[in-house]
Design a protein around this ligand. Structure first.
Ligand code: SAH
Length: 217
């Protein structure tokens, strides 16, 4: 069951969450604004209503999670999203990350490999606020060749390696953010596609994600 009422209390908790993320080092005001705007509790079962604005990951069913707000903000900041950017997201999950990107003015293409989550998302009415998110059921390792190239690509699951097809589908000058799996933890990697054959790699902190798995389910 979901609760679609947004009270002053929820709004206050969101403001506090945005302030916490600022304290933790998030600088992009557009991201903080998006987090302050989007009712995260809408994306969770009403059982989580009281704790939805804690800086934590929560289960969303099918063994998957909605990422921790800090992780969402951190990945989004590395992605350097600008209004109008065409962004590919791997791992739709709860649609929260896609909503943040959309709220910031990006055109979002998001892929989910689990049919149950993909179907569940169809009935999530809040997504109607973001007509610039396009939903796909498929394997993120394949990307979306018919919609490529993308200016930004964001992977929101632990990737075992840099997916070659995604690199192909990244525009020259574009940025891809990947939590690269190193066993227990993932090392956050930002790739800039310098030319058709050259990439620049930068490593950031360690995070924890559910695995990026191949094939559909
Ligand atoms: N971005 C999500 C976080 C979801 S967790 C949010 O904001 O809620 C990661 C998601 O990636 C899960 O839903 C999982 O099913 C999905 N996933 C894992 N491997 C995938 C793949 N190869 N292609 C597409 N989605 C994948």
């Amino acid at each position: 069951m979901k609760n679609y009422t947004d009270t002053y209390q929820h709004k206050g908790l969101r403001k506090r969450l945005a302030a916490q993320l600022r304290e933790k080092g998030i600088r992009d005001e557009n991201i903080l604004q998006a987090i302050e705007t989007i009712p995260r509790h809408f994306f969770l079962d009403s059982a989580f209503d009281k704790i939805a604005y804690e800086d934590r990951a929560f289960p969303i069913g099918e063994g998957q999670t909605i990422s921790q707000p800090y992780t969402v903000a951190y990945q989004t900041e590395l992605l350097q999203v600008k209004k109008g950017h065409k962004v590919l997201e791997i791992g739709t999950g709860s649609i929260y990350q896609a909503s943040v990107l959309s709220e910031m003015g990006a055109r979002v293409f998001t892929i989910e490999r689990q049919k149950k989550l993909y179907e569940k998302n169809k009935s999530f009415i809040f997504k109607n606020k973001y007509p610039n998110i396009k939903f796909f059921f498929g394997d993120g390792f394949e990307g979306l060749p018919s919609f490529a190239p993308f200016e930004r690509i964001l992977i929101t699951a632990a990737a075992p390696h840099i997916p070659p097809k995604l690199l192909e589908q990244l525009k020259v000058g574009g940025i891809m953010v990947i939590p690269l799996d190193e066993g227990q933890k993932q090392h956050m990697l930002r790739i800039t596609k310098v030319s058709q054959t050259e990439i620049n790699e930068e490593y950031f902190g360690y995070f924890s994600f559910v695995p990026m798995l191949s094939g559909k389910k």
